[in-house]
Design a protein around this ligand. Structure first.
Ligand SMILES: Nc1ncnc2c1ncn2[C@@H]1O[C@H](COP(=O)(O)OP(=O)(O)OP(=O)(O)O)[C@@H](O)[C@H]1O
Length: 340
């Protein structure tokens, strides 16, 4: 478990004080993929760099497992850092070293003997899918391959935690997906705790268990990814959710104006219920007609979620019976938007 308490980082720029991280507290569970999202300047990079003390905090503490990172002396910190791997947006590879030599680098620093190093490098190359590219130089690799080297290097000393600083922001969507798949694979296979920062909500949606939304150095909202997507509370969170869900409220006024008959209902699906054949069930069971007006179902790590806006037509009593059925017999949430 990682426990962050009252963490604060102030920078002094031209005699002006900037609070990049502001009295921030956060708990990250062992083995989870935890995402921190925020706009540029929110303090995400500073936060992630405070976790392994690439940045010294002004105050507050970071505890990983049983070690208070913020209290360690230099030598102790060097040892503790072997348990914390990190990958970067621009990969930070050594350009004059081959793939194998880049991956071997942290093992050399840790004093691992040569034959053991070579064995470990081979394992890592297999793990990240770089077989055949051992002797290539970074300049000969694609962006995705460079990040695979970054990941292998970060995992060399068998860390317990992996910090990802905008690790896919320099990659195209397809490569991003393959790197995210690799992170999930590593998380599951090695039981590694992953903390990632990003400004892209689809990254959070695809691989994170929980998410924290940052603004002005503070966490303004946090929770399970599905819950935050379904019911974003803070305005910043709502904007991020719109990145992948579209602006439902904006479209709604038009839909309500165009469909004045029957009842207009929004159905919220969570988890497994997203796969239930609700529409065909209610159409068969009740004397009503259902028009699907708008809908979006998204896949997250913990299942599907989404909303469906439908118009239910028929006798008002029958419509109400249908709505009662959905409320009482299914786990789908019903929101009546308008009725004629
Ligand atoms: N080394 C530094 N010296 C001075 N100010 C800094 C330093 N690092 C960050 N800041 C300031 O701290 C604030 C938070 O920056 P930070 O890079 O942590 O945000 P971010 O959310 O990661 O944004 P971005 O994605 O643009 O990096 C900004 O106002 C930034 O200018």
């Amino acid at each position: 478990m990682i426990s962050i308490k009252g963490l604060t980082k102030k920078f002094l720029i031209q005699h002006k004080e900037i609070t990049a991280v502001d009295d921030l507290s956060l708990t990250i569970k062992k083995g989870e993929i935890f995402g921190v999202i925020g706009y540029s300047g929110a303090g995400k990079s500073t936060l992630i760099r405070l976790i392994n003390r690439l940045e010294e905090p002004t105050s507050g503490s970071v505890i990983i497992g049983d070690k208070e990172i913020t209290n360690l002396r230099k030598g102790e910190l060097r040892n503790a850092r072997q348990n914390i791997g990190m990958i970067f947006q621009h990969f930070n590879l050594l350009w004059s070293r081959t793939v194998s030599e880049n991956i071997s680098f942290p093992l050399e620093i840790a004093g691992v003997p040569k034959d053991e190093r070579e064995k470990r490098v081979q394992e890592l190359i297999q793990l990240v899918g770089l077989a055949g590219r051992e002797n290539a130089y970074p300049s000969q690799l694609s962006g995705g391959q460079k990040q695979r080297v970054g990941i292998a290097r970060a995992l060399a000393n068998d860390p317990k935690v992996l910090l990802c600083d905008e690790a896919t922001s320099a990659l195209d969507p397809e490569t991003t997906n393959s790197i995210l798949d690799l992170l999930v694979d590593i998380n599951e296979r090695l039981g590694l705790t992953i903390i990632l920062i990003t400004h892209e909500m689809h990254v959070i949606q695809k691989i994170c268990n929980r998410v924290a939304v940052m603004e002005n150095g503070k966490i303004v909202e946090q929770g399970e990814v599905i819950d935050v997507f379904l019911k974003p509370k803070h305005s910043v969170t709502k904007k991020f959710v719109e990145q992948v869900m579209g602006n439902e409220e904006g479209d709604l006024t038009e839909i309500i104006d165009d469909h004045s008959a029957g009842k207009l209902v929004r159905l919220h699906f969570i988890g497994e219920t997203a796969n239930q054949a609700l529409i065909s069930t209610i159409s068969k069971q009740f004397n009503i007609e259902v028009n699907i007006l708008q809908g979006k179902i998204n896949q997250t790590k913990l299942g599907a979620y989404g909303t469906l806006t439908v118009q239910i037509l028929g006798e008002i009593e029958e419509i109400d019976r249908t709505i009662t059925f959905i409320k009482e017999e299914t786990s789908i949430e019903v929101e009546v938007l308008a009725h004629a």
